[in-house]
Design a protein around this ligand. Structure first.
Ligand SMILES: NC(=O)c1ccc[n+]([C@@H]2O[C@H](COP(=O)([O-])OP(=O)(O)OC[C@H]3O[C@@H](n4cnc5c(N)ncnc54)[C@H](O)[C@@H]3O)[C@@H](O)[C@H]2O)c1
Length: 259
């Protein structure tokens, strides 16, 4: 799909990190961008800088997502591009022992919270966005739209404490091909990126020592990924019409250890 001012996009999680970098990269190509996020201060600031619109959307809420798409389309027209970056994680052992011997387990409501945001939230945005894309005429390449999802290398090599996060991201990987097949006859492509360790607030919150240890684990280049490198792959997946139904790691060859 050609990126130009004639095309609009919705980027969930676009107020920060990988979503923000993608929103900026799309806007730099002239694309009209709507940011769906819950961080209003940052989302509004990014939208202002890139000439886009900010919609306060919680991807776990059906009502909020429906209202978000209505607002985005009123401002920019029906989107041909959806990039799903809204997401978060947590860490609990499935069952374990505290130092005092007390036995604990992963709080099931916390497991469900991550599934609702990362997996169901992603699917909700896909279902609503794809329904809108089907109202469009196909472009000269036969395309009505492109959808990019964000999983994680934790979908394949989840670490201790990541049962919920890995399950949510494994779900995103697992649904990529069937959704691409569902939408193929309508000319909507679907691909998923599995990022390794990227330099975003999610990763750098642990401080410089923590980041240094993470960087040392990456074979090459031995550093965190730059969000612009994620955005670069997202834009290639959007531009390249033959890219469909793929799950692609972007990770400097890292394979996460158990801990
Ligand atoms: N940074 C990494 O190294 C890394 C690695 C693998 C996967 N990922 C995935 O990439 C995605 C983006 O992560 P990031 O590192 O840019 O994180 P980030 O925290 O910088 O950005 C995530 C954004 O999502 C928004 N968000 C969270 N819950 C939401 C909800 N319910 N509704 C709407 N918006 C919501 C947050 O407000 C935030 O702006 C996430 O899905 C994350 O799991 C990140």
């Amino acid at each position: 799909m050609e990126l130009s001012k004639n095309v609009s996009a919705v980027v969930t999680g676009g107020a920060s990190g990988l979503g923000e970098a993608t929103a900026r990269a799309l806007a730099a190509q002239g694309v009209k961008v709507a940011i769906f996020d819950m961080n209003t201060a940052k989302g509004e600031a990014v939208a202002r800088e890139i000439g886009g619109v900010y919609c306060n959307v919680n991807v776990t809420s059906e009502e909020s997502v429906v209202a978000g798409f209505a607002a985005a389309r009123a401002a920019n027209g029906q989107e041909r591009i959806l990039v799903n970056c809204a997401g978060t994680g947590n860490a609990y052992r499935t069952a374990g022992r505290k130092k005092d011997g007390t036995i604990t387990h992963f709080p099931v409501d916390q497991f469900d919270r991550i599934i609702q945001i990362n997996l169901v939230g992603t699917f909700r945005c896909i279902a609503h966005s794809a329904s809108g894309m089907l109202t469009l005429d196909p472009s000269s390449t036969g395309e009505r739209g492109v959808i990019i999802n964000t999983a994680s290398v934790a979908a394949e090599d989840g670490q201790i404490g990541q049962a919920a996060y890995s399950a949510s991201k494994g779900g995103v990987v697992g649904m990529t091909l069937p959704i691409a097949r569902d939408l193929a006859r309508e000319g909507v492509r679907v691909n998923t990126i599995l990022p390794g360790l990227f330099k975003t607030p999610l990763m750098t919150a642990g401080g410089p020592d923590f980041v240094g240890k993470l960087e040392a684990q990456v074979p090459f280049p031995a550093r965190l990924g730059n969000p612009a490198e994620y955005a670069g792959l997202a834009l290639e997946m959007i531009r390249n019409c033959y890219f469909n139904g793929e799950d692609v790691r972007l990770d400097g060859a890292i394979r996460m250890a158990p801990q």
